[in-house]
Structures are given as structure tokens and as C-alpha cells.
Design a protein. Structure first.
Length: 168
């Protein structure tokens, strides 16, 4: 099989209020305690999959700062604010929350895989595209959506998501 077709990289930028409102609109399950990381994934994929044909899809996504920032937010609640942290707070910071919401909203998503990564974004995209091409080649799915989400934990800047569709 030839290399898969790869669409352009789509970039989304949102302020905190807009991102939160869009995430709740696009999610088909309540997003209790979901932070910007999960919201970026839901909004990004809802935007990418809008008006796309229904076909078996795998999502590969990652973040340089998102998981660490969510963990740091929980630790700061304990150390600085002295707020109690509950197990659900910790679970809400995990990528699995996004996967559950995505599969409920988009039945075409058969698998959503979080890839932790650091360093050069170009290396991340190449790794994701290589894995996507391999999955497409063996027929594991018909479409792979690769993404990078970077929440702004300060709440003063923009939350950024980048997405690309690869198809057979």
C-alpha cells in the first residue's frame, strides 16, 4: 500500500471560557472536573470529525505539558490552597477521561491512545504518522487522527490544539 493520504494540520486556539463552553456542548457525557487537557481533545475531535463520513477511526494524541500541568494543579491544591483532593480529581487529570467521552460521542472511534512525549514536536508528529501509517496499512482502521494539545494552565493565554487526519 502507498503512503496514506494526510490532510493539513488544523490548529485551534481558545480562551478558557470558550473552550469550556464548547467542550460541554460537544460532550455527550457530563464532564465533571475535566480540565483544559480533556476539553481540548473533545473540542478538537468534534471539530475535525464534523461532517466527516462515519468510518473506523483511531485517535493518537499527546501533549508536552498537559499531563504534568494537571498533576501540578492537584499538588498545588494540597500544598498551597489546602483544599482536599479526592480520587476523582486525580482520575479527571488522566487521558482516559478524554477517551471515554470521545467514544460515547463518536461511536466511530474504536481506540484513543495517549502518547506522552517531550522534546521536538516534529519528532512527535513523525512518530504518530508512522504508527498511523502502519495501522492503516494492516487494516486496523480506515482513518487515524493525530493530535497535539497544549492547555494554558495559567488561564490567561490560549489553549492550543493541532490535529491531522490520515486515511487509506
Amino acid at each position: 500500500m502507498n503512503m496514506p493520504w494526510a490532510g493539513a494540520v488544523l490548529e485551534h486556539r481558545f480562551d478558557t471560557a470558550t473552550l469550556s463552553a464548547l467542550a460541554r456542548r460537544y460532550a455527550s457525557v457530563p464532564l465533571r472536573r475535566a480540565g483544559p487537557l480533556v476539553e481540548l481533545v473533545i473540542v478538537g475531535l468534534a471539530t475535525v470529525l464534523d461532517k466527516q463520513p462515519d468510518m473506523p477511526t483511531v485517535v493518537l494524541w499527546g501533549s508536552q505539558t498537559g499531563i504534568a500541568a494537571a498533576g501540578n494543579r492537584l499538588v498545588s491544591c494540597i500544598e498551597i490552597v489546602r483544599e482536599p483532593v479526592f480520587p476523582f480529581d486525580f482520575l479527571a487529570s488522566q487521558p482516559i477521561v478524554a477517551a471515554i467521552a470521545l467514544q460515547k460521542r463518536f461511536p466511530c472511534i474504536e481506540n484513543a491512545l495517549y502518547q506522552p512525549w517531550t522534546g521536538d514536536a516534529a519528532v512527535h508528529w513523525q512518530r504518530a504518522q508512522t504508527l498511523a501509517a502502519a495501522w492503516l496499512r494492516v487494516g486496523r482502521c480506515t482513518r487515524v487522527i493525530c493530535g497535539q494539545v497544549e492547555p494554558d494552565e495559567s488561564g490567561e493565554g490560549e489553549h492550543i490544539g493541532r490535529w491531522q487526519i490520515l486515511r487509506r
